[in-house]
Design a protein around this ligand. Structure first.
Ligand code: IMP
Ligand code: MG
Length: 179
């Protein structure tokens, strides 16, 4: 049984993606990555905080021996983007010549990911692809390809399964949308 509605700081959310649906789409993503990168070594770059739960579930399904590193970014306050890219915990790993897969919870306008892809280029990675649990196609303004998408969603603000409203709601095992 899952909770149908939650309230965070006076804002109401209703269930949007069940734990079972999340597991199914993560299975599919892992299958694609295992196939596309068979025999290759990958560096997974997990974008904190939002992607922690998705990354934990996805990476357990990835075959082979790979590296996992983390970067902490911030562009949001409440339900609005600040339009400013900040690295709160930077990258210390040398990614030159590596095949990188960036793991994100959500690509919304694409601003954050665009900045991170520029960083990857400047670090001279061999390749960089994006693996995002959720994608908002109607909001996306990026000029790059988002290769691995768990699911497309509408333009609503979502919380749960790692995603937050002002740091709250990350622990929910389903995804909820604002009503
Ligand atoms: P973008 O730069 O507009 O693509 O936003 C990306 C970042 O903003 C994500 O990594 C999230 O941390 C946050 N974000 C965007 N949309 C949502 C949402 O609907 N719920 C929670 N966080 C969001
Ligand atoms: Mg994020």
């Amino acid at each position: 049984m899952c909770v149908q509605r939650v309230e965070i700081d006076g804002q109401c959310f209703e269930i949007s993606v069940s734990a079972e649906q999340l597991e199914n789409s993560i299975d599919k993503l892992a299958c694609r990555i295992n196939k596309d990168y068979a025999g290759k070594e990958i560096v997974f770059l997990v974008v904190l905080n939002g992607a922690f739960m998705f990354a934990a579930d996805l990476l357990r399904k990835i075959e082979g021996m790979h590296r996992v590193c983390f970067i902490k970014l911030s562009t949001y306050e409440g339900t609005e983007s600040t339009g400013e890219y900040k690295e709160l915990i930077g990258l210390n790993d040398d990614l030159e010549g590596k095949d990188v897969i960036i793991i994100e919870d959500i690509v919304d306008s694409g601003f954050t990911m665009g900045k991170l892809l520029e960083r990857m280029k400047s670090m001279k990675v061999r390749s960089s692809e994006i693996c995002t649990l959720t994608f908002k196609p109607d909001s996306f303004k990026g000029d790059y390809n988002v290769k691995y998408v768990g699911m497309n969603i509408g333009n609503e603000f979502i919380v749960g399964y790692g995603l937050d409203l002002d740091q709250k709601g990350r622990n929910l095992k389903e995804i909820y949308k604002k009503i």
